[in-house]
Design a protein around this ligand. Sequence first.
Ligand code: ADP
Ligand code: ADP
Length: 226
Amino acid sequence: SSALSIRQLTKTYGNGFQALKGIDLEVSEGDFFALLGPNGAGKSTTIGILSTLVNKSGGTVEVFGHDLDRDPSGLKRCLGVVPQEFNFSQFEKVFDIVVTQAGYYGIPLKVAKERAEQYLNQLGLWDKHDVPARMLSGGMKRRLMIARALVHEPRLLILDEPTAGVDIELRRSMWSFLSELNQKGITIILTTHYLEEAEQLCRHIGIIDHGSIVENTSMKALLKTL
Ligand code: ADP
Ligand code: ADP
């Protein structure tokens, strides 16, 4: 079945700039999909629309059959988004940030705390659980964003440049973490500048440029053409 289905998605910003010019994108359940494209191509705009931070101008978006317009809360339940910016309180403690996020989904406190511990552990952050987020390094903040995005156990995880500015060692450990998640059945979509990252992790790849999808193919087929 389909994890993500985007049809004729358009976005024109308030200043008249057309950032998305009718995007079609299908990602199957269980896939690991890379969205590649140069700066300004429209990747963050697309992710912003999925996470309801940006209003689309036209087109339809469905996540596991939940339509963004008709069933936004159904869509949000099965979607976890890791944006590029660290948009949590820098003063709140690491553990509390994850538990608070679970609260937005109506998850009981006891379960929320168990899951926060579980995901912080898996991401190697448990020893920092009691410190304010502002004390963390950039790589740690990125992992905290991932733990926070997973706490309601979404079926689709979307990450906007998850390893940007992260050193090679941490990048590799994040890759193996994401591979394991995908092997457990979670569909993953990420944007990246690193072709090597897409190559290592992803089965399918979409290339976006100037607000249009210019290529949508399997990684195997793409590598043959290079
Ligand atoms: P919308 O039309 O979706 O409401 P707006 O055009 O009102 O979006 O812009 C939202 C915010 O983004 C504003 O604060 C604006 O200053 C900022 N913004 C404007 N241009 C850009 C740009 N090129 N890149 C990033 N942010 C921008
Ligand atoms: P990417 O994530 O691929 O780098 P973005 O989706 O951030 O691309 O931006 C796509 C285009 O839309 C860029 O040209 C950017 O300047 C423009 N843009 C982004 N946000 C706004 C905004 N709020 N208002 C006007 N233009 C914007």
